[in-house]
Design a protein. Structure first.
Lengths: 400, 493, 331
């Protein structure tokens, strides 16, 4: 009796819940060119993994984006920004697709920060394009997203994907050169964490170093869910000089380091920007490649203070991505009305000074191929990686 | 009315509610009578629903789903309409294995993944093969059904929970194979590693290519209707009856010379084939496939849908999919209606409290909570102002009232943790007391609920919906363990 | 295929006896942790025929509680008490807290469903798991905490191990550290204590009786509710101990750690024969050894598949697990 009353009730609720989105326009194409009143509060969408396996990374990015919004709102009285979060549950891209459709249809959203993962970008950029939203991400670093190479065509339509973080090839080239020219070590053991970000970097460094003479390069893999690295460490030969771990999770790298030392192996650990986490990754004697952050900037100090002493550099480019969107939206809203197409135009012409981006360099986007591995959507020079050395006490010192 | 010998008038045991009705056949017989006797609108509807032929029910579904594009925008159509039907299709397949044949298959999502990857290999740029859908989909379904048959062969040796564990291994092995192993076939890794296979062709049926959400919605609707119809006829046939016998008591079925092993294999094959079909369509919708799409959390969701809808019923998976997917997507942070969610939350609490009988007690609780909140807020803001200095997140028109009622501190980091744990502790204690003590204890608990909502849950909507989902599963299993459309089972000893 | 085999043989030869010993050591240490968690699974299944999917999350909460006490006492950089009382307090916090949580979960999520169809408490267990994992995610913001017992008693500035990681003895140059001996010794001690409890005490007898036939046990005057609550308590205490030990040995504590560990422990319980206590212990160590050797010799790309392949074959050859009894079906 009662239980079958539930059926039409559920159906009605379903329709009501779904139909409550009726305020937005019908099709994403319409939303793309629709002119909306800016009003006092403008909306930016943020697509990042907030739950699931990659939650710690997505939440970092969200914290930085929220930090930007709160600073902006405090500094401005007549205009405010608001973030709409989209939980993409990386590595399951099905939810990223749903978020993309919902953002595209939500006519209030003028800009987009994200998506966070390279796989997500490749699956959802078409949907965002149909809605007129350009993806500005702080973490999708796969080279093929902006630059086509022989055998690997470019994966996003030109002009609809921008990233505020240099790509895998740039980072890999920096690391390989540093190991070769500065550290002058020849026996390298490379371990990736079986995720797209890590595999791309590891492939690049392995290819570059194997091509040079005298190098002894081994490659291994470990899953992100492993915490006990003892058997993996057993495989590392005792005479290895450098272990390169381009991982995403700094706490795992710290575990790896302590276990490596506990097993008596003395190799130097070299990490990528995912490991740049003062306070979490304290592996004395290690090297990390990351963007040339200025530790003395007021914003970084404020963030560290309000987040328990953790600088969490992996999420920093999302701050910059939010800044890019906010600047473009502000320009488009100068006359009180804006459309996504206008915002897109201003994103293309982004030109932000070094002091504002927090990345340690100014941000402009390329519109043509540049250098050996950059393409439209990547940041123009001087955007590049720096090398940091971790000294006694866990202090990060820039050395290159 | 009694069909057996007259039972003496013995009073019920104090714990009669918790115990199964043993040996009381007339209670089973009376189930139908109770339905016939009912007078309210609910009973009328249930009688009407029970007498409508399945074809009419199907037409209602088609009418309802078919008219969705008229009033839903594209984003909502995608997340509410498309995904509900996709999950319903998956749940339908799982229902064959778990609901009809009674086999616990924890590796079901691997078939979904196999279907997606097979379609991706046959219709994408990966190897340059571009078969049209009318050629690739039958191949995919057949291949997945064969795989299901192969896995079903293990069920000959393994029973119950041991079968569960082997199928679980199989599911994990599939993800490990596609993500890590990725052996090189014809020059490139066959599954593309953690990047998966991008650039999958959309469904191309006899030259007609499907692009928009609306088109895929109709495709899924047609596929679901066909699958449900096929399943209905299968259920009415000898095979369906044999499956039900197998589910109720495998040993008795075997002694009745029902070919148990063959039936198990058929169940696996049918379930796998359905999953493969769903996988192919999903790969086309996403224009790509990655290993992360087929993880355990999806398996848990599909299981929850099947259980919720009631094992062994055909409409069950659809009802379960609607309830779970709609609530999931509604609570998602990307569903940008914070005010609506707030109203619904407080509304739901008020409705639940109003169910307390007698109504005086319910009114006491509601009024008491309001007064309690005002008093606490007044005291705290005068004694320690920083504790009420925080601002309400996303409230719109009611932010003033809420700010005056709920304590929202600014800058006290561990407040959230303490409030949340205090709430859980309060609920635990409340469950131990009864009567007026419970009503009195409910007042600070409800206020704590509001505090936790405004301070913690609104800040992190993505995690909140998963917590609510978990609580929903627990509560639902206690309220209705046989699911929404299942039948109450009685243990006859 | 032959390429894979060739590389495996190559690695075996390269690692030699020292490497084989290292992998043996790794497998035993991690395996004893799996065994402790598996015991909880087996005990609960034996009594209620319930697969308690929330058990892994009780392990996770135990690890967090231990972390809380460990850091509140100033460890690892400036502990207010010396090492032995510090460890004892950490253990107590993790074990008792986890035990309490196990009892509460049983009372709320499983007891009302005692007479419902078997699949209902399974779904309820999944609901509890979701609830616990995401509550902890909510409260910790997804951060991964580290006991950092590595630095206990040592100098954090040099990055060299502290007292807990000093070698007790070495074989072929491969060290066995204090913490590893601690983990194995504590696990063995707890398992011995459990076996004594089950075989020698009245409660143990009551537990065995309830596991054999719950209705008959009630009729014999055994308070089955109390027995079931005690089973959950003991199982959860063991899981909490495993959580604290994992924190001390490996260090990492985060909201999702219970999922994978629970899965492996569940595998161990089934491989050993679900419902059997010695089975859980043997199964745990077996899984630990399989993982260690597969990772060590096969390497990251194929090691997971190899482990699953071995387990599937094992289950097909011995369907009821190592110690599982062939169920006699009453007609």
């Amino acid at each position: 009796m009662k239980k079958l009353v539930l059926l039409p009730l559920i159906a009605t609720l379903a329709v009501a819940a779904a139909g409550s989105g009726g305020a937005s326009t019908q099709s994403p194409a319409a939303a793309g060119s629709a002119l909306i009143k800016c009003g006092k509060t403008r909306t930016i969408g943020m697509a990042a993994p907030l739950t699931g396996d990659a939650a710690s990374l997505g939440l970092q990015q969200l914290r930085w984006a929220k930090f930007f919004v709160s600073r902006y709102n405090r500094a401005h009285k007549t205009k405010k920004f608001r973030l709409v979060q989209g939980d993409t549950q990386l590595p399951n891209t099905a939810q990223a697709l749903a978020v993309a459709h919902q953002f595209a249809s939500n006519s209030k959203i003028l800009g987009l920060v994200g998506p966070a993962g390279s796989q997500e970008v490749q699956d959802t950029v078409a949907v965002y394009k149909a809605g007129g939203l350009a993806a500005v991400t702080g973490s999708a670093t796969r080279v093929a997203l902006t630059r086509s190479k022989p055998g690997k065509p470019r994966e996003t339509p030109n002009g609809w994907f921008y990233r505020t973080v240099p790509n895998d090839d740039q980072q890999g080239a920096r690391v390989a050169n540093w190991i070769d020219k500065q550290l002058k070590k020849k026996r390298i053991y490379i371990i990736d964490d079986e995720e797209a970000y890590s595999q791309g970097l590891a492939d690049q460094v392995q290819a570059l170093l194997s091509a040079r003479s005298g190098f002894h390069v081994s490659r291994d893999h470990v899953s992100q869910s492993v915490s006990d690295f003892s058997s993996l460490i057993t495989r590392i030969p005792a005479n290895t000089q450098i272990v390169y771990i381009p991982w995403q999770l700094a706490p795992k790298a710290q575990l790896f380091f302590t276990q490596l030392r506990a097993n008596g192996k003395r190799a130097i650990v070299f990490g990528s920007d995912g490991l740049f986490a003062p306070g979490t990754f304290n592996a004395v004697g290690s090297y990390v490649s990351a963007f040339p952050i200025d530790f003395n900037s007021a914003a970084l100090k404020a963030y560290t203070k309000s987040h328990g002493g953790k600088a969490e550099a992996f999420g920093l480019p999302s701050y910059t991505a939010a800044l890019v969107n906010a600047t473009a939206i502000d320009k488009a809203c100068k006359d009180g009305k804006a459309s996504r197409a206008e915002v897109h135009k201003f994103i293309k012409k982004t030109n932000l000074a070094k002091t504002k981006t927090l990345l340690g360099f100014s941000v402009r986007f390329l519109s043509k191929n540049a250098g050996a591995s950059q393409g439209p959507g990547d940041m123009a020079a001087p955007a590049d990686f720096a090398i940091f050395h971790i000294e006694n006490g866990g202090k990060y010192v820039r050395v290159g | 009315m009694a069909s057996g010998p007259d039972l003496p008038n013995v009073p019920d045991r104090p714990d009669a509610v918790d115990r199964p009705r043993i040996g009381v056949d007339e209670w089973v017989a009376e189930a139908e009578e109770r339905r016939e006797r009912g007078r309210g609108p609910g009973a009328l509807f249930s009688r009407g629903w029970g007498t409508t032929p399945p074809a009419v029910k199907l037409l209602l579904l088609i009418a309802f789903a078919g008219t969705l594009p008229l009033y839903l925008n594209e984003g909502d159509l995608f997340s509410y309409g498309l995904y509900t039907l996709l999950y319903a299709l998956l749940a339908l397949g799982l229902n064959i294995v778990v609901g009809f044949a009674g086999l616990l298959d924890l590796g079901y999502v691997a078939f979904y993944g196999f279907g997606a990857y097979s379609y991706a290999l046959l219709s994408s740029n990966h190897y340059g093969i571009h078969w049209q859908a009318e050629a690739s989909i039958p191949v995919v379904v057949a291949a997945t059904a064969l795989l299901g048959l192969a896995l079903g062969l293990t069920s000959r040796r393994l029973l119950g929970d041991y079968l569960a564990i082997v199928t679980l291994f199989f599911g994990q092995a599939f993800v490990a194979f596609t993500n890590n192993a990725n052996p090189k076939v014809a020059g490139k890794g066959i599954t593309g590693g953690s990047n998966g296979i991008p650039g999958v062709d959309p469904i191309n049926l006899f030259g007609y290519e499907l692009h928009s959400t609306k088109q895929y919605l109709y495709l899924l609707l047609i596929v679901f209707v066909l699958a449900a119809t096929g399943l209905y006829f299968l259920n009415q046939s000898r095979t369906g009856r044999a499956w039900r016998a197998l589910r109720e008591d495998p040993l008795a079925a075997e002694t009745m010379s029902i070919p148990v092993n063959r039936l198990k294999l058929m169940a696996f094959a049918f379930g796998a084939g359905t999953a493969g079909l769903a996988g192919a369509i999903f790969a086309a919708i996403q224009t790509g496939t990655v290993p992360g799409n087929f993880d355990i959390s999806l398996l848990i969701t599909i299981y929850a849908i099947v259980i919720l809808g009631g094992l062994g019923s055909i409409a069950g998976p659809l009802v379960g999919a609607i309830v779970i997917n709609v609530s999931f997507q509604f609570l998602a942070p990307s569903n940008d209606h914070p005010e609506l969610k707030r109203w619904l939350f407080y509304g739901a609490i008020v409705v639940l409290v109003a169910r307390i009988k007698p109504w005086t007690r319910a009114a006491f609780v509601l009024a008491g909570t309001a007064v309690f909140g005002i008093v606490v807020h007044a005291i705290v803001s005068s004694v320690a102002p920083s504790w009420t200095a925080g601002s309400v997140v996303d409230a719109g028109s009611t932010s003033r009232q809420i700010a005056d009622w709920v304590v929202i501190p600014r800058g006290h980091a561990s407040f959230n943790t303490i409030a949340y744990i205090a709430l859980v502790g309060a609920i635990v204690t409340l469950a131990q007391v009864r009567g007026w003590w419970r009503a009195v204890g409910l007042i600070p608990t409800l206020y704590l609920v509001a505090v936790v909502w405004e301070n913690v849950l609104v800040e992190q909507p993505a995690v909140t919906r998963l917590i609510l989902f978990g609580a929903l599963l627990i509560a639902l299993m206690q309220a209705r363990p046989q699911g929404l459309l299942g039948t109450a089972r009685v243990e006859i000893v | 295929m032959h390429l894979l085999l060739a590389s495996i043989i190559d690695t075996v030869r390269q690692l030699g006896w020292g490497g084989a010993f290292e992998l043996l050591r790794n497998g035993i240490v991690l395996g004893s942790l799996y065994a402790l968690i598996a015991l909880g699974y087996s005990m609960v299944y034996g009594i209620l025929k319930l697969l308690n999917f929330a058990h892994g999350d009780i392990y996770m909460v135990g690890a967090f509680l231990g972390y809380g006490v460990f850091t509140q006492l100033g460890a690892p950089l400036s502990p207010v008490v010396s090492i032995v009382p510090l460890l004892i307090l950490t253990f107590l916090a993790g074990m008792l807290g986890a035990g309490a949580l196990g009892v509460v979960v049983e009372r709320f999520a499983y007891r009302p469903l005692r007479n419902a169809p078997r699949i209902a408490p399974l779904i309820s267990a999944l609901g509890v798991a979701f609830f616990l994992e995401n509550s902890v995610l909510l409260l910790t913001n997804g951060n991964r905490y580290n006991y950092n017992a590595f630095a206990l008693g040592g100098d954090p500035n040099t990055g060299l191990p502290g007292t807990l990681f000093d070698p007790v003895f070495s074989v072929d140059g491969r060290p066995v550290t204090v913490v590893q001996v601690l983990v194995v010794a504590t696990s063995v001690g707890l398992m011995v204590a459990l076996t004594l409890l089950v075989r020698r005490t009245r409660l143990g007898k009551a537990m065995r009786a309830t596991a054999y036939d719950r209705e008959a046990a009630t009729m014999m005057g055994i308070d089955t509710d109390l027995v079931i609550t005690s089973t959950f308590f003991i199982g959860s205490v063991l899981a909490g101990a495993a959580g604290v030990m994992f924190g001390l040995y490996i260090g990492e504590t985060y909201h999702f750690m219970g999922f994978l560990a629970g899965l492996k422990a569940f595998t161990a319980a089934v491989v050993g024969g679900i419902g059997s206590i010695p089975g859980a212990m043997v199964g745990g160590v077996l899984i630990g050894l399989t993982e260690a050797y597969a990772t060590g010799y096969v390497g990251g790309q194929w090691s997971d598949l190899v482990v699953f392949g071995i387990l599937i074959l094992f289950m097909l050859l011995r369907p009821t697990g190592i110690f599982g009894a062939r169920a006699i079906q009453k007609v």
